[in-house]
Design a protein around this ligand. Structure first.
Ligand code: SF4
Ligand code: SF4
Length: 450
């Protein structure tokens, strides 16, 4: 589909293409669904609130899927920027700010004022009783919204990127892990009177899974608890380095992780907003690795404290743990990480805050076979690849020089390669030898004119 069927010769930016009439109906259903959600949140009658909530979820999901099919499922497959830099919703315009305020507001209420969500939470009681054999809480409400967002907007991603098997597979994968491992399985565990455990999250992302308290409780919980501790240790310290050696950090960040899953589906329309400047990269270095260091230090101190060797450590570890949970676990990963999607791009948390991304990135940069090779001789410097990169990597700079991209930040989403009109970029798990070698097609003299 062309963004502008009639070529414009104007020097000023042309206005974005109007929304086709056919797409207005499903978008109206989404708006109606959001209204029904507000009605459910304000209705103290649980039966009525339940009806409003279910109607809201059906309208929002059905409307979003209908719109996605019309916008992405019918036109020719492939990379289409779809006016992203001209629409108020995806170019930091008024709609984007309003969405950002609504999202951050939701997270603030979820973490610190869950009482305001009481009507919505109670509306989910029958579903919770069916799935988890207990009353609903705010985390079930959040998990329901989160999972629906990944599934519905995962449908949009499947349609949008249907021409590329890689995107079909990884989108289906994040949908599967979110629904199965982050929603249904933890609920089932609760129904079976077991700890609510997320098998797709590991330390240091799920930092408390290897804290002495949590490990002690799991070990006392019988065979399944012992298996959970074993699973966590093996995934953090054995499977993660081995899989990253063979496939790069993409095996987790673009295929398994729930945060990455939301970014790749609900956040796809915001990927171009990631800042490619050197200043942003400096902030990445200043924040990401100190956060990994902090959680390493905290975990080590907690274990030293638990061993009884230094009893006074509790004075430090208690406040430090609370500070980490508040600043990183709640504010950074939730309020900023998702709330700022419409303003800073879809991978704010992954890029600047996630200790798992830092750990995977170090492994990827120094001990992995993964790289993006570039055939610089073909590059026409259009910049599509840099525009598509959600991790703020200026891919074009590498492509112009025929240099391989071996960056700790790259999550291997593959969108740069899909966006490239010249087939310059290729995600590879080749041998480590020659991994950093630049293209032989580009002579040093050529760089002067690139
Ligand atoms: S460099 Fe390419 S594969 Fe890596 S994160 Fe950016 S767009 Fe995705
Ligand atoms: S690598 Fe491809 S997308 Fe990137 S600037 Fe070159 S031609 Fe454009």
């Amino acid at each position: 589909m062309q963004d502008h069927p009639t070529p414009s010769l104007a020097l000023a930016q042309p206005p974005p293409a109007a929304t086709p009439p056919g797409e207005k109906l499903p978008l109206a259903a989404v708006a109606l669904g959001l209204l029904a959600l507000l009605v459910a949140a304000a209705d103290a009658d649980h039966n009525r609130a339940r009806l409003s909530l279910y109607a809201a979820l059906a309208l929002v999901s059905g409307g979003a899927l209908g719109w996605a099919w019309l916008a992405f499922g019918r036109p020719a497959a492939g990379w289409h920027p779809h006016d992203l830099w001209r629409r108020a919703s995806t170019s930091r315009g008024a709609v984007a700010w309003a969405t950002g305020v609504a999202l951050t507001g939701f997270y603030v209420v979820l973490y610190w004022f869950p009482g305001l969500l009481e009507n919505l939470i109670r509306a989910l009681d029958p579903f919770s009783a069916w799935l988890r054999h207990r009353a609903a809480d705010q985390w079930l409400l959040y998990g329901t919204f989160y999972t629906l967002a990944v599934l519905v907007l995962g449908g949009r991603a499947l349609w949008k990127y249907r021409s590329t098997r890689y995107h079909l597979a990884r989108t289906a994968s994040v949908m599967f892990f979110q629904l199965g491992f982050s929603f249904l399985l933890p609920g089932l565990l609760l129904a079976l009177q077991q700890p609510e455990y997320y098998f797709s999250y590991f330390w240091p992302l799920k930092y408390d899974y290897l804290f002495p308290d949590a490990v002690g409780k799991l070990l006392h919980g019988g065979g399944l608890g012992v298996f959970m501790v074993f699973w966590g240790v093996v995934l953090s310290f054995l499977a993660t380095p081995v899989l990253t050696y063979f496939f790069g950090k993409r095996w987790y960040c673009a295929w398994v992780c729930g945060c990455g899953g939301l970014a790749e589906t609900a956040g796809d329309a915001y990927r171009h907003l990631s800042d490619k400047s050197r200043t942003a990269w400096r902030w990445e270095m200043r924040l990401l690795y100190p956060i990994l260091g902090l959680i390493l230090l905290l975990t080590a101190l907690l274990w030293v404290g638990a061993s009884g060797a230094v009893p006074a450590l509790g004075v430090v570890t208690g406040p430090l743990g609370q500070l980490y949970g508040f600043a990183i676990g709640s504010i950074f990963s939730g309020v900023v990480g998702v709330g700022f999607y419409p303003l800073l791009g879809s991978r704010v948390w992954c890029r600047f805050g996630c200790p798992m991304a830092a750990y995977l990135g170090l492994l990827q940069k120094h001990f992995s076979r993964f790289r993006i090779s570039t055939n610089g001789g073909q590059c026409i410097s259009c910049g599509n690849c840099s525009n598509a990169c959600e991790m703020g990597i200026d891919v074009k700079q590498y492509a112009q020089r025929g240099a391989p991209i071996v960056r700790a930040a790259c999550v291997g989403c593959g969108l740069c390669a899909t966006a490239c009109p010249r087939g310059v970029l290729n995600l590879e798990n080749g041998p480590r030898e020659g991994r950093l070698a630049a293209s032989t097609f580009i002579h040093a003299d050529s760089l002067r004119i690139l």
